[in-house]
Design a protein around this ligand. Structure first.
Ligand SMILES: *Cc1c(COP(=O)(O)O)cnc(C)c1O
Length: 440
């Protein structure tokens, strides 16, 4: 691969290549990081995470006023240091499990600013969240509202609740991550009348303080029109509820889902312009409907952390199957990145050291005993790629560490965070003893 002006143009501005051919991330040499921490290795660019938080916060405050909120959907990447960064940046968070609540609590995050999601909170989850002082529940259905009522009632507490509403919008994205359609395991649909029904239920329960509505129509959305449609449908619902039940929502949470650039052919979305176009449209629509706009929340996960992440691997076996293809195996795989196996997600994979030899098409695969353990097919890598070479998979900050597993009893990689001129460990590498530590 020759270094040309063209190959210097990377999908994100924190990636670059030095004159000597080495790839850098946030200005740091990847060979040094690999030597210091080993591979596979998750790297995060702290400045990029903070830049994204500020882009969202700046835009929502400019568009919707100072009470508007940005909640980081922490399922995208959840570990203590990340919650500290969210706290420092003035972000709220969304959490979906006791593990996330516990981690945020350990990071000193004020859980009053946490919203507890999930389509199936167990009684233990609800009790734990109340005891830890989680500020808001996002209730998925009527059954859950009754459970919150029962548990909060027994503790003589009231819970602030948003209701997860399904606006009936198909964001034309991957089926597995499309959740705004009526047929979904998430939320209660406007179309079926269930949304109005659970609103009635919520208003009737003494230990439930209804705060408003929530929706999240899907993920990896590039078309701002989806948000305009969704927010209009949701505001219409707010108005309908006001007319039918006399209840005016205080908060309207429009979810997350903004797309990020994994490969060159995808665009880079400008966060501020998407938010500002939603705010223009929503303000105009609120005027048309003659209602006060509720406090608006956005709940991005992927677009906060995805391109702040990069995974480093070391090449092992390179296998040519004449007449078929070439497999380049790395020391990680579906255990640190299950997204190709789950959704066929595209990625950009680059050699850390540029080579003069011609590129050829290969499949980059993991080390697990599973033929679906593929990181990416159709990757162009130098034909002299060999054992010991380093590869970088870009845009791995979202749904990688958080989806990692110990399949084949493979220990999970560490998380190292880069600042402009230093690096520090945020999560240490798992050992084989860690992996076996629960066995009695
Ligand atoms: C996953 C999820 C998000 C974040 O989605 P991204 O695509 O990562 O921005 C926000 N809200 C809810 C309810 C979610 O389930």
């Amino acid at each position: 691969m020759l270094i040309t002006e063209n190959t210097r143009d990377f999908i994100c501005d924190n990636i670059d290549r030095l004159e000597d051919g080495e790839l850098t991330f946030r200005g740091q040499r990847l060979t040094s990081l690999a030597k210091k921490y080993g591979t596979p290795l998750y790297l995060y660019d702290e400045e990029k995470i903070r830049e994204k938080c500020r882009a969202y916060l700046g835009a929502v405050k400019a568009g919707f006023g100072s009470r508007a909120k940005v909640l980081y959907a922490s399922k995208a990447a959840s570990f203590k240091r990340l919650y500290e960064i969210m706290r420092e940046e003035g972000m709220g968070i969304d959490v979906v499990s006791r593990g996330e609540i516990y981690t945020a609590h350990r990071a000193g995050f004020d859980l009053q600013n946490a919203y507890f999601h999930s389509n199936n909170k167990t009684d233990e989850d609800i009790e734990y969240a109340i005891d830890k002082g989680v500020g808001y529940f996002v209730a998925d259905n009527a059954e859950e509202l009754y459970a919150i009522e029962r548990i909060a009632g027994a503790k003589d507490k009231a819970c602030r609740v948003l209701l997860r509403i399904t606006p009936g919008i198909d964001p034309h994205t991957y089926a597995a991550v499309a959740t705004g359609k009526v047929d979904s395991k998430f939320g209660s649909a406007i179309e079926t009348g269930q949304a109005m029904e659970i609103t009635k239920v919520a208003l009737s329960l003494p230990h439930v303080t209804l705060r408003g509505f929530h929706c999240h129509v899907g993920s990896q959305i590039f078309d701002a029109e989806i948000y305009l449609m969704t927010s209009r449908v949701m505001l219409d619902f707010v108005k309908d509820v006001y007319e039918s039940l006399g209840y005016l929502a205080d908060e309207l949470d429009l979810g997350g889902g903004l797309g990020v650039r994994y490969i060159e052919s995808q665009p880079t979305l400008d966060i501020a312009s998407v938010i500002l176009s939603v705010s223009d449209a929503l303000k105009a629509h609120a005027d048309e409907l003659g209602i006060t706009l509720p406090v608006i929340c956005f709940e991005p996960g992927r677009s906060i952390v995805a391109d702040a992440g990069l995974t480093l691997y070391t090449v092992g076996t390179v296998k040519d199957i004449p007449g078929y293809k070439t497999y380049v195996s790395v020391d990680g795989g579906m255990t640190d990145n299950p997204r190709y196996a789950l959704y066929g997600s595209p990625y950009t994979i680059l050699p850390v050291i540029a080579s003069e030899s011609e590129d050829r098409e290969v499949s980059v695969v993991g080390r697990c005993c599973e033929s679906g353990d593929i990181l990416q097919e159709g990757v162009m890598l130098p034909s002299d790629t060999k054992r010991g070479d380093l590869l970088a998979c870009l845009t791995t900050g979202a749904y990688h560490y958080s989806m990692a597993s110990n399949y084949n009893r493979i220990p999970r990689p560490p998380v190292v965070i880069l600042t402009k001129d230093s690096d520090y460990l945020a999560v240490r590498r798992e050992s084989v003893e860690d992996v076996a530590s629960l066995d009695l």
